[in-house]
Design a protein around this ligand. Structure first.
Ligand code: AMP
Length: 227
């Protein structure tokens, strides 16, 4: 078992899952006037739901819980808590996944209290039922075994964090300063259960970004930790 099980999600899956989610909303008879995307993970699904459900009005709130890929912060926070009047409107609040559910609960309570819509329902692509604090009104897939879903809109971000975390925490890598690329790749599979090659051109890009940030230096045949 990898230390952090990762599943790479492709763009086609996102479209398919969003369509499946839209069908569930539609068949329930709920007709949202406004879709609210939870930034940042809910943006792409929310935009697709606008298309599939024929909704023009798209707003956003930024609620944040996970500070790093596969690492939750203590508490969810709402950034930029602005106010709008949604009285008489039916809202569909959209995010990618309910993991702990903290992010969405915070966003839902804020919207219900401050924006005063007629109703708010929650729709997500995935619901991790074994850990979530609540069941969303609509979900496309139920997940039982906790997994980090590597969505296409956070490839580079996640990959950098995966590598940095491994460099910090892996017992063997911790003690090495020059790490051969082959070993780095082997360790990556051990940690995350997916191969660097599965990320295509994102892998070299992530190494380049980490170098720009001063975390590593790329050398012929390997990388050197600089932090
Ligand atoms: P949570 O508050 O725990 O329900 O998660 C908040 C946000 O963090 C989600 O909307 C995702 O953007 C991200 N996230 C949390 N858990 C996962 C996961 N297992 N896989 C991918 N993204 C996740």
């Amino acid at each position: 078992m990898p230390r952090v099980p990762v599943k790479i999600v492709g763009w086609d899956e996102i479209v398919e899952w969003s369509r499946g989610l839209a069908e569930k909303v539609e068949s329930s008879g709920y007709t949202p006037d406004v879709i609210v995307a939870v930034a940042r993970g809910g943006y792409v699904p929310a935009r697709l739901l606008c298309d599939f459900l024929d909704v023009n009005d798209l707003l956003s709130v930024q609620s944040q819980h996970w500070v790093e890929a596969a690492r939750a912060a203590e508490k969810a926070i709402l950034k930029y808590p602005y106010k709008v009047d949604l009285s008489g409107k039916k809202v569909l609040l959209v995010d990618d996944i309910v993991d702990t559910g903290e992010t969405l609960l915070l966003a839902r309570d804020y919207i219900a209290r401050e924006w005063r819509p007629e109703s708010v329902r929650i729709a997500v692509l995935q619901w991790i039922s074994s850990v979530a604090k609540f069941e969303p009104d609509y979900y496309h897939l139920e997940v039982k075994d906790w997994t980090w879903f590597q969505y296409p809109w956070t490839r580079l971000e996640d990959l950098q964090q995966f590598i940095a975390r491994m460099l910090r925490e892996d017992e063997e890598l911790k003690t090495m300063s020059l790490i051969p690329l082959g070993l780095l790749e082997e360790k990556f599979v051990e940690w995350y259960g997916v191969r660097p090659g599965d990320f295509g051109s994102y892998w070299p890009l992530a190494l380049r970004r980490l170098e720009m940030k001063g975390v590593i230096r790329r050398e012929p045949g390997g990388i050197r930790k600089t932090l």
